[in-house]
Design a protein around this ligand. Structure first.
Ligand code: GCV
Length: 719
């Protein structure tokens, strides 16, 4: 009887703990590292893991513990950790760890570089094994994550013969996190950097952050907002930065900080921050040396200067290059870099805002120090749902250009709208700048292939916060994931990345993978359709950028108003950027400029970005512009409705917690897509006085109603 009770109790505990695990495991915290158990363990599954090394670094420890954690979950039991190579072992090794393997087993530096790896099914001492080998230990860790990705996606792991190395050197998250933990343009809670409790308390979450980033090859993180606060450069904060750096280091992630250009004045009372002033230069050198005392592998500085009120060298009549070079000189002895942002536009200058970065930076090509990268947003405006690629790509052969992408969805519906950004980024990276003939894609500029840059890199404005699911929604995790995968390989396919993510995040069942991938692949275009179709842009609510406000035309600065961008009148709509207007199109290479300047050849998707046309302008499909605009809104809403029913069809395939959240968010997205359409149409009709095309429902409210909506507490208000 006692035995029976014990058994019942044990069974109950098991059930309770598995229910508990289920609840905890499916709140999204595990991201794509869920390592769901395989239905059937393949014959080729490894049986043990061994590090063939004379020296085990913290990075290899991390690799081993990831394998043990993942194998326990995917295979149902953790691999045995051996000290000798046995049959069907996973063998980890690198040049750096003092590989104890037969000569010729390691990949050479030409093949894998400093961060690449091989995965190889091979024989060592006559025993069949899977080798994960690299020059460096971080290469091994990346290889381990690749191997685990394959295993947990249910891919074949027999007969592996993989070589992979990143195409860009600096693959960074840019946190726009303030020291009070508010995240600028953050939609997933507070900053994960708990400055108040650091360094005494180091949140274990930082290790999971590091694991997730390393799993997609991210090797740097800039901890603080580009709208910067010099306080982070004080010793009190540098201690905290050092504590974060210590956690991230084994995962190959360097920390970077944003440098406030006026820091010498603010922190130490210098009379000036003029970059040519010797006292200022000495201050930055001493400050930089101090930072390296705390963080010996500090990556360097990220700087927003003379932009949106941030201080900078132009305050002293100096150029961006002079400012950047002063900081570059300070970090150079330590091997650091400066990432200087090209997101600049002047408050006084009447020049078309999208022209200004090019005007400012192209003349500086060749003037930047060797360890400066200029960081350029994907488009010339500001992370809109669609923009043409930034004309700086291809226009600065002597200056390494990093691309900056926005993972957080400031202009694409925050965290409640499903918008997979892989497709947006793929569109930009694959765009042909033609600056050095056909095929000079943005990717080939960014990865250094075109101009052989000394440094290459990609930065993504982070969407990470304290929400349990990290990113504000499950699907926003895919954007973090896609950023890392594209930074590793800017030529990768957005669809392949989506599939990979779905298999690890939701399900390996082919029909589920197909359905969710389909939703993701069309999601961004849906947002373009219901928010800013046909090349329209920046029509969002003032300040917070939530919802439609195309009617706003009276802010402190014209180029912050939607009216500035659409210029709608009774006669027509769109921004003339041809030679009869701002001629911004001329900043692109000849063939691209010609294509976009001509109404014959400009794609519909960029029509109103480059042209002002009448409402009855005839589109490529024969409809009028007005008909086409209205049809695009409808298409956007229909696509969201399709996404809703595709998701609904997955009930039972996805755990209820994540299923319900996505369902609710899609409902919000559908309502807001409708709101975008109705408010926009009400406004355009007030301008063009045109009737709606036949069959189109009128907006349920008048324009005054849409104008009267206010959202004083929407995230982002006041930023
Ligand atoms: C960090 C846009 C955003 C700002 C952001 C800025 C930038 O203007 O709205 O919040 O500031 O871009 O990229 O510097």
């Amino acid at each position: 009887m006692k035995n029976f009770i014990t058994h019942i109790a044990a069974a109950f505990c098991l059930l309770a703990s598995s229910l508990f695990q289920q609840a905890v495991a499916e709140d999204g915290y595990e991201l794509w590292l869920r390592y769901e158990k395989l239905e059937q363990v393949p014959k080729s599954a490894p049986r043990s893991v061994v590090a063939a090394c004379s020296d085990l670094s913290p990075t290899l420890d991390a690799a081993l513990s990831e394998i043990l954690r993942a194998s326990a979950s995917i295979l149902g039991t953790p691999l045995k950790q051996g000290d000798r190579i046995s049959r069907h072992a996973l063998v980890l090794t690198s040049e750096a760890c003092g590989a104890t393997l037969p000569n010729g087993t390691l990949p050479n530096a030409d093949e894998v570089g400093t961060e690449g790896y091989v995965l190889q099914s091979t024989l060592i001492n006559g025993k069949p094994v899977t080798l994960i080998a690299a020059q460096s230990d971080i290469g091994v860790l990346y290889g381990v994550f690749d191997y685990l990705r394959r295993m947990s996606s249910g891919e074949a792991i027999a007969d592996l013969d993989v070589i992979s190395r990143p195409k860009t050197q600096l693959r960074l998250l840019n946190h726009w996190d303030n020291l009070d933990r508010h995240v600028e343009r953050g939609y997933s809670g507070q900053s994960i950097w708990d400055w108040h409790r650091l360094p005494g308390y180091v949140d274990p979450r930082y290790t999971d952050y590091a694991r997730a980033n390393a799993s997609i090859g991210i090797n740097g993180t800039s901890l603080t907002n580009v709208n910067s606060d010099a306080t982070v450069l004080t010793p009190h904060y540098l201690e905290k930065v050092a504590a974060i750096a210590d956690v991230l280091r084994p995962y190959g992630i360097k920390v970077y900080l944003t440098a406030r250009f006026s820091a010498p004045i603010e922190l130490d009372g210098l009379a000036t921050a003029d970059p040519l002033d010797p006292a200022v230069q000495t201050w930055w050198q001493a400050k930089t040396d101090e930072i390296y005392d705390y963080v010996p592998d500090f990556g360097g500085f990220l700087v927003k200067a003379n932009s949106e009120g941030q201080p900078g060298p132009q305050d002293y009549g100096r150029s961006h290059a002079e400012g950047a070079n002063m900081l570059a000189k300070a970090v150079a002895p330590h091997g650091g870099v400066v990432m200087w942002r090209a997101f600049v536009y002047s408050a006084e200058e009447p020049e078309d805002r999208v022209r200004q970065a090019y005007t400012e930076f192209v003349p500086l090509d060749g003037q930047f120090a060797e360890n400066v990268l200029v960081q350029v947003k994907n488009g010339p405006l500001d992370f809109q749902p669609r923009e043409p690629f930034h004309p700086l790509f291809g226009a600065m052969p002597e200056t390494p250009l990093m691309i900056e992408l926005q993972i957080t969805k400031e202009y694409l519906g925050f965290s409640t709208h499903l918008a997979y950004l892989g497709t947006l980024w793929e569109e930009v990276l694959a765009a042909d700048t033609k600056t050095k003939g056909d095929g000079t894609t943005v990717a080939s500029v960014v990865d250094g292939e075109t101009y052989d840059y000394a440094y290459t890199g990609m930065a993504g404005v982070s969407n990470i916060g304290t929400d349990r699911n990290w990113a504000g929604s499950i699907f926003d995790q895919a954007n973090w994931y896609a950023f890392g995968r594209l930074a590793w390989n800017p030529d990768a396919s957005a669809e392949d990345i989506a599939r990979e993510w779905v298999k690890q995040t939701f399900s390996r069942k082919p029909e589920v993978v197909d359905e969710i991938t389909d939703m993701m692949m069309k999601s961004r275009e849906a947002v373009v359709d219901y928010m800013t179709p046909l090349g329209l842009t920046h029509l969002m609510g003032t300040g917070h950028h939530y919802g439609p406000a195309p009617w706003v035309d009276d802010l402190g600065r014209a180029d912050w108003t939607p009216y500035y961008y659409h210029k709608a009148t009774r006669g027509g709509i769109g921004f003339d950027r041809t030679e009869t207007g701002s001629d911004a199109v001329d900043q692109y290479a000849g063939p691209v400029a010609q294509e976009w300047a001509s109404l014959e050849t400009v794609p519909d998707s960029l029509l109103l970005w480059f042209h002002h046309v009448p409402w009855d302008y005839e589109m490529q499909d024969g409809s009028t512009l007005w008909q086409s605009l209205v049809a695009h809104y409808a298409r956007g809403i229909t696509t969201v409705a399709e996404m809703q029913s595709e998701w609904a069809s997955l009930k039972g395939e996805i755990d209820s917690e994540r299923f319900n959240q996505v369902t609710d968010y899609l409902n919000i997205q559908h309502e807001e897509a409708q709101w975008w359409r109705d408010a926009s149409i009400a406004y355009w009709q007030s301008i063009n006085q045109l009737p709606l095309p036949a069959g189109e429902a009128p907006p349920p409210h008048d324009l005054d109603y849409y104008k009267s909506l206010s959202f004083p507490n929407a995230p982002g208000q006041g930023e």
